[in-house]
Structure formats: structure tokens, C-alpha cells
Design a protein around this ligand. Structure first.
Ligand code: MGD
Ligand code: MGD
Ligand code: SF4
Ligand code: MO
Length: 708
């Protein structure tokens, strides 16, 4: 047996077999902690969870997904053995055989077509250690430039905007504890009540202390229920709406002149641009009454303190970066950042949505938020990894563009870890078609996902209960998650699998880790001096101090809960105001496709749904996608509540159950995206990409609707 594999297996048998202890929810970015309990009887084990009252963020609150998260992890249907495709079926094989197959296939493809012919596709559910390792694996073990991850579909627009405007990107600039200090809060395109339910308490508390809450969303949600003012923007028109607000802010003298002068550049250009903006046009474009725009501007402008939060509703557009930058203009013009109760937050999505975009699994990036095209950054990381700088690949392409390259035959082999692109990518029919063309697809998952079904080799990876590592939650706080349960069957830890494949490719000397902590200690060095500097963090400190906020550049540093108190991240320390021209969405409603489709989430399901559809406690409450539609619009089309509709875009047609939603905009329908096959709404969505960050336009496309 391969010595390396022997060592991995020895470690597995040495690990404690305890099955109870403190863990963290694998789902959203709040990272609620909880205690897992096992009740053993002779034949079966029953698992349950209880809240952790000492949680630093949630005081022990858990949402329905967290309460049931363990169910998928202990599910009988978990993958337990490496599987090899034989014709239309799978054969369970040993790790030796699976690794030999993987090594052989990858080597053959790279010898025949070049190093870049193998791509790597990662995810934001992975720990920091695994995200870091995946980037290193692509650049050092495979030496391919083609690596990217599902965060392109998630945080990329907010990250792009924050980097351009502030010179640094951390989801929330302030800790959640400061939310109740804000006197006016704008929640734009974020449905916290269903997507991060356990932090709603902060917003409720703010409200009870006199804060005014403005929600910007085309439909009614659990979040809009707490709003004092709900602006039902037409999908795709946030930038136009904000231009209207900015105009009012300038004209009515709500600009914080001292802040603008001392902390920003670009005011003159922005002011000039706003002179050309008409409130009437902003209202007509965005579908929000001019009086409501003025009122929103007044409330935010007059408030002493205030915060703006955005999420995917504003960001998942082909103009996502510009949309977010306009909200940042609002924050900067009114001087509402860098002090208590004043700041901006891009609500991160996945468990490790934040850390996942910092340590090198992005096409253009190296660890610590460094850039792969920057000569100094390359030299530093090459030294940490012990490889010549010239051998590090250059920048690759974004997630959806990687799929297009597969479709064109330029990428022949792909490794997918922690994502299900067949369900979660826009224009998902193309993704299915492209992945089916691959000469070799390796998927490492917990279940046979829609993507895994197309694999040639399917490896059983680790769930959150089994896998130790650090996660950077939405505040920018890094926390340690400990393993509380052994792996099922022959499954292995995700990071061990990467090390094993590296060994098979003859690069084992760069991947000799014995624990996640050892990987973290290397990540700390790799991040030193970078924007996202973790070098002062140790597992011991992270546990003792209940997490640390980055940057944390040395072991005596307390971490940075509030960003930008004195300066922004650009070399001159100033933030950039910028004029934003409104752009129409890539598809507007027309004769053939007269309605607008927007997509998103429901409380009970998570992303592509592989984990939550395998959780009966959640799935039974919301078993199929419902299309939310205004009853009047439904009446015009001839649809009834609970009946079915056929929905078509330029890319395809699917059939969905109808749900009346009296407060959604009349031209807009909303469909959640947690299902595959003929219930996959991404068969309809538009893959038009943002020019800066390559985010697809998930949040608006034109559709036709008929009874069906
Ligand atoms: N229950 C649950 N929670 C989750 C997840 C999940 O799958 N399920 N996923 C996690 C992840 S990865 C993420 S990224 C976050 C996402 O969290 P959110 O971004 O809050 O979730 P979405 O439902 O995608 O979109 C939010 C809102 O945007 C609105 N919207 C649509 N189009 C527009 C528009 O053009 N402008 C504006 N202003 N609003 C618009 C939608 O109506 C929706 O209510 O949630 C995280 N939490
Ligand atoms: N229409 C539409 N599409 C969207 C969005 C939208 O709002 N609308 N939102 C986008 C957003 S924000 C996101 S984040 C993406 C996400 O979409 P995906 O990237 O597809 O995310 P998941 O469903 O989390 O996929 C995770 C896969 O990895 C597996 N998995 C989970 N945890 C682990 C682990 O620890 N180890 C291993 N080995 N496997 C694991 C799961 O079983 C699942 O098959 O979807 C995007 N797609
Ligand atoms: S899904 Fe989010 S809010 Fe719900 S328990 Fe998990 S981490 Fe907490
Ligand atoms: Mo996301």
C-alpha cells in the first residue's frame, strides 16, 4: 500500500471516536454554534442538537436548518466508498484503485493537452484550510491556471465593489453588536429573515431603540415585515433608485462635507453626474414612487448614524459591481462609515463565503487576498510554497467561463469539490452538456449530486461534523470548528483527499500535513502582510477569544472588529466616490417574454438543495419550488393558486406550481433555485456576466408564463 495512504488511514484510526460535542452549523454565514448529542441504543444511534448559550453572536439561537443540519450528515445515503463509473453504473473500489485511476487520467490529459486542460472548481462551504489547499493544489500539484469557485455566483460583485471603493473587502465593516447603534438601516436585496434568521434580533433591537428600517426588495419577505419603508424596486434597477436618493442627498444638503473632503476622492465628478439625474426618471425606471425615494433619502440623510447592507438581490446582476458601488456612494456621501453604528455590510452567504474568497481558490488570487498577477505577491507565495515563481501559473477564468471553456473542448478534465454547478450555475443546460463532454470528471461530495451523476470517479468527502478547520463568518470573525464525529465508511477528510491526489501526481512533498492545524499554520504565513492577514491567529487563541476579526497581523494584536476608522485600504487611505450610470438589465420585458423572473432562497432549503432535500424534516415543509406571482397577474394569465404554470425564457421551459403573493410587483415572479432536473430554475436564468467580477445575472431575466 502507498505509504502516504497508510499514514492517512493510521491517523483516521487514531482519531477519537467521541460522537458528541460542540459544533457549528454547516449552512449560512452566521455560523451558529450548537451541541451535538448522541443517544445510543443497541442497533441505532439517534442524534439531536441543543443550542449553545455561549455563542458570541446568537446567544444560542438556531434556525430550522441548523436544528436539522446533522440529519444529512448522519444520513444512511451518504457516500461511503470511492465509486468508479462502469458504463451506466458505479462500482465501489478501494482508495488505491480510485487514486490510481485519478492519477492516470489526470496525467494523460495533461500530457496530451497541456497543464491547463485540467480545471478545479471549489466552494465556499469548505474550511479556510481546504480553500487554501485547493488553490495550492491547483497551482503546485496540477500547475493549472484553471481554478475558480462558486463564490463567483455569490459574493463577487460586493467584493469587486468594496475593493474598488474602499480598497479592501470584508463582508461587514462593523461587528453585528453595533447594529443596534444605527438610527437608520437600509437592507437592499437581502432577506435576512429567511437567509440569516438568527441575526434578525440585532435589527429588531435597533428598531425597538428608534432605528428606521428601509427594505429594498421587489417582493414581500419576512425581512420586509420589519420595515418602516419598503421600496419595491423593479428587479435590476437598484442603481437608478440610488441615483435618485443621491440626488436628494446632495440637493437637500445631507452631504457630510467634512467626511467627504478628508476621507474620499471623486466628489466633484459624482456631483456633476447627479446634476444630470432626474428624480422622475429614477422613479420611472425603478418603479418606486418619487415621494418614497425622497423619503428614503431624507430618513438616511438625517439620521445621525446609519448602516447599509446589501446581498444577492443587488449583487447578482450583470451590473452588480456598479449597483453595489452606488450604495457605497450613499454610505460615503453621508459619512456613515468607520464609527460606531456606521458602516456597510455585504451579507456573506455560505458558511465560509468570506474566507473562501481570501485564500486562493479564485482564478486571479493567491492567499491572504493577494493577486496572482502581482510580481511581489507571486514571489512571496512561491517562497512559502517552496517552488520557483516562474512555475506558478498565471490568472485563469471565472467559474461560468470555465464551463464555457469545457464546452469548447479547451478543458478536458475537472475536479469539483463542494459545489453542484449543474443546479447552481446560470443557463444550467449548457453546464450539463459541457460536463458530459469531459474526458474526466472527479467529484468529491457527500451525496450523488446532480453534478456527481456525470462523474467518472466519485469520492466520499467529509461533512462538517467530521472535519476540523477554521471558518470566517459574515462579520469577518475567524472561528475554529472542531470535529465531533468519525467519518462514515471509507470516507476521508476533504483536505486528506487533496493531499492523496497530490501524492499520486508526484507532488506529495508539498502536501505533507498531519492535521488541519498544520495547514492553518502555513496559511498564516502565506497570509502575512496581505489584506486578509491571519498571521496573528492560532487555534488556541481563536478558541480562547471566541474568534478573531481579520486583519490580525501578530499574536499580540487584538484583531480588527471595526474597519476604516481612520483610513481606507487604498494606498492614499481615501475611499473612491464614483458616478454610476444606470444600465438596464441584459433582458427587459418585451412582447414575447413579458414578465421578469427573479430567483433566490426559501428558509428550509440550502443552495442546490443536496443537503436539505436529503433532510426529511426540512424537505417535507417545502417539497417543491413554488412560483410567487401577484394574484392579478396570475388572473390575467389564467393561473390559479396551487395550479401549475409553464415558465419559459430564451434558454428553456420548466413547469412550476403557482403561489399567490399579493405584495410582489405585478410584472415580477420569484422562484427559489434549490432543485435540479426539470425543477431547476437555472435552466432559464441568464448567464450574462458583470464585466468586472464575472457575476451572472441570476436576479433578472425576461420570461413568458402560460397555464401548464
Ligand atoms: N434558507 C437559506 N439561507 C441561506 C441560503 C439558502 O440557500 N437558504 N444561502 C446562503 C447563501 S450562499 C447566500 S449567498 C445568502 C443569500 O441571501 P440573500 O441575498 O438575502 O437571498 P436571496 O433570496 O438570493 O435574495 C435576497 C432578496 O433579493 C430580492 N431581489 C431580487 N431581485 C432584486 C433586485 O433586483 N433588487 C433588489 N434590491 N432585490 C432583489 C429577492 O426578492 C430576495 O428577497 O443566503 C445564505 N443563507
Ligand atoms: N438562480 C440562482 N442560482 C444561484 C443563486 C441564486 O440566487 N439564484 N445563488 C448562487 C449562490 S449565492 C451560490 S453560493 C451558489 C451555490 O451553489 P453550489 O455551489 O452548487 O452550492 P451547494 O449546494 O452548497 O453545493 C455543495 C455541494 O457540495 C456538497 N458539500 C457540502 N458540504 C461539503 C463538504 O464539506 N465537503 C464536500 N466534499 N462536499 C460538500 C453538497 O452535498 C453539494 O453537492 O448558487 C448560486 N446559484
Ligand atoms: S442556517 Fe444560518 S442561521 Fe440557521 S442555524 Fe445555520 S448558521 Fe444559524
Ligand atoms: Mo451564496
Amino acid at each position: 500500500m502507498n505509504e502516504f495512504l497508510k499514514a492517512v488511514q493510521q491517523r483516521a484510526s487514531d482519531r477519537p471516536k467521541e460522537r458528541t460535542g460542540r459544533t457549528e452549523c454547516p449552512y449560512c454565514s452566521v455560523q451558529c454554534t450548537m451541541n451535538l448529542h448522541e443517544e445510543k441504543s443497541i442497533r441505532v444511534s439517534r442524534f439531536s442538537v441543543s443550542p449553545n448559550k455561549e455563542d458570541p453572536v446568537t446567544d444560542g439561537r438556531l434556525c430550522v436548518k441548523g436544528l436539522n443540519a446533522h440529519v444529512h450528515a448522519v444520513h444512511e445515503g451518504r457516500l461511503k466508498y470511492p465509486l468508479l463509473r462502469i458504463g451506466a453504473s458505479w462500482a465501489a473500489v478501494s482508495w488505491e484503485k480510485a487514486l490510481a485511476e485519478i492519477g492516470g487520467r489526470l496525467r494523460t490529459i495533461q500530457a496530451k493537452y497541456g497543464k491547463d486542460a485540467v480545471g478545479v472548481y471549489g466552494g465556499g462551504s469548505l474550511t479556510n484550510e481546504e480553500c487554501y489547499l485547493l488553490g495550492k493544489f491547483a497551482r503546485v500539484a496540477l500547475q493549472t491556471k484553471n481554478i475558480d469557485y462558486n463564490g463567483r455566483f455569490c459574493m463577487s460583485a460586493a467584493a469587486g465593489a468594496a475593493n474598488l471603493t474602499f480598497g479592501s473587502d470584508r463582508g461587514l465593516t462593523n461587528p453585528l453588536a453595533e447594529v443596534p447603534l444605527a438610527k437608520c438601516i437600509i437592507l437592499a436585496g437581502t432577506n435576512l429573515a429567511e437567509c440569516q434568521p438568527t441575526i434578525m434580533q440585532y435589527f429588531r433591537k435597533a428598531r425597538s431603540e428608534g432605528c428606521t428600517i428601509i427594505v429594498i426588495d421587489p417582493r414581500e419577505t419576512g425581512t420586509s415585515a420589519i420595515a418602516d419603508l419598503h421600496l419595491r424596486v423593479k428587479p435590476g434597477y437598484d442603481a437608478a433608485l440610488v441615483n435618485g436618493m443621491l440626488k436628494v442627498i446632495v440637493e437637500r444638503g445631507y452631504v457630510d462635507r467634512a467626511f467627504v473632503e478628508s476621507r474620499t476622492t471623486g466628489f466633484a465628478e459624482l456631483e456633476k453626474h447627479l446634476r444630470g439625474v432626474s428624480l422622475a426618471e429614477a422613479a420611472a425606471l425603478s418603479g418606486v414612487a418619487p415621494e418614497a425615494i425622497v423619503e428614503a433619502a431624507r430618513l438616511f440623510g438625517e439620521a445621525e448614524t446609519g448602516m447599509v447592507f446589501t446581498a444577492r438581490g443587488v449583487e447578482q446582476h450583470a451590473s452588480g459591481v456598479a449597483n453595489v458601488r452606488n450604495f457605497l456612494n450613499l454610505v460615503l456621501l453621508t459619512g456613515k462609515i468607520g464609527r460606531p453604528g456606521c458602516g456597510y455590510g455585504a451579507i456573506t452567504g455560505q458558511a465560509n463565503g468570506q474566507g473562501g474568497r481570501e485564500h486562493g481558490q479564485k482564478a486571479d488570487q493567491l492567499p491572504g487576498y493577494r493577486l496572482i498577477e502581482n510580481p511581489e505577491h507571486r514571489a512571496y507565495i512561491a517562497k512559502v510554497w517552496g517552488v520557483p515563481e516562474e512555475e506558478l501559473p498565471r490568472k485563469g477564468v471565472s467559474a461560468y467561463e470555465m464551463v464555457e471553456a469545457i464546452d469548447r473542448g479547451e478543458i478536458k478534465g475537472l475536479i469539483v469539490l463542494g459545489s453542484n454547478p449543474v443546479v447552481s450555475s446560470p443557463n444550467s443546460r449548457l453546464v450539463e452538456r459541457a460536463l458530459a463532454k469531459l474526458e474526466f470528471l472527479l467529484v468529491i461530495d457527500l451525496f450523488e449530486s446532480e453534478t456527481a451523476r456525470l462523474a467518472h470517479v466519485l469520492l466520499p468527502g467529509s461533512a462538517y461534523l467530521e472535519d476540523e478547520g477554521t471558518i470566517t463568518q459574515l462579520e469577518g470573525r475567524v472561528v475554529v470548528r472542531r470535529a465531533v464525529k468519525p467519518l462514515p465508511g471509507k470516507a476521508k477528510l476533504d483536505w486528506e483527499i487533496l493531499c492523496l491526489i497530490a501524492e499520486t501526481l508526484g507532488k506529495g512533498q508539498y502536501f505533507k500535513y498531519r492535521s488541519a492545524e498544520e495547514i492553518f499554520n502555513e496559511l498564516r504565513i502565506a497570509s502575512r502582510g496581505g489584506i486578509a492577514d491571519y498571521s496573528g491567529m492560532t487555534y488556541e487563541r481563536l478558541e480562547r477569544e471566541k474568534g478573531l476579526f481579520w486583519p490580525c497581523p501578530d499574536e499580540a494584536h487584538p484583531g480588527t472588529p471595526r474597519m476604516f476608522a481612520e483610513r481606507f485600504g487604498h494606498p492614499d487611505g481615501l475611499a473612491r466616490l464614483v458616478p454610476i450610470e444606470h444600465q438596464n438589465p441584459k433582458e427587459v420585458a418585451g412582447r414575447k417574454y413579458p414578465y421578469l423572473l427573479t430567483t433566490g432562497r426559501v428558509l428550509q432549503h440550502y443552495l442546490s438543495g443536496v443537503q436539505t432535500r436529503n433532510t426529511p424534516e426540512l424537505n417535507s415543509k417545502y417539497p417543491e419550488p413554488l412560483m410567487e406571482i401577484h394574484p392579478e397577474t396570475a388572473g390575467e394569465i389564467g393561473l390559479v393558486n396551487g395550479g401549475h404554470a409553464k415558465v419559459s425564457s430564451r434558454r428553456g421551459t420548466i413547469r412550476l406550481k403557482v403561489k399567490y403573493s399579493p405584495k410582489i410587483r405585478k410584472e415580477t415572479v420569484f422562484v427559489p433555485f434549490h432543485w435540479g432536473d426539470d425543477r431547476c430554475i437555472n435552466r432559464l436564468t441568464n448567464p450574462a456576466l458583470d464585466p468586472v467580477c464575472r457575476m451572472p445575472e441570476f436576479k433578472v431575466c425576461a420570461v413568458a408564463i402560460a397555464p401548464g
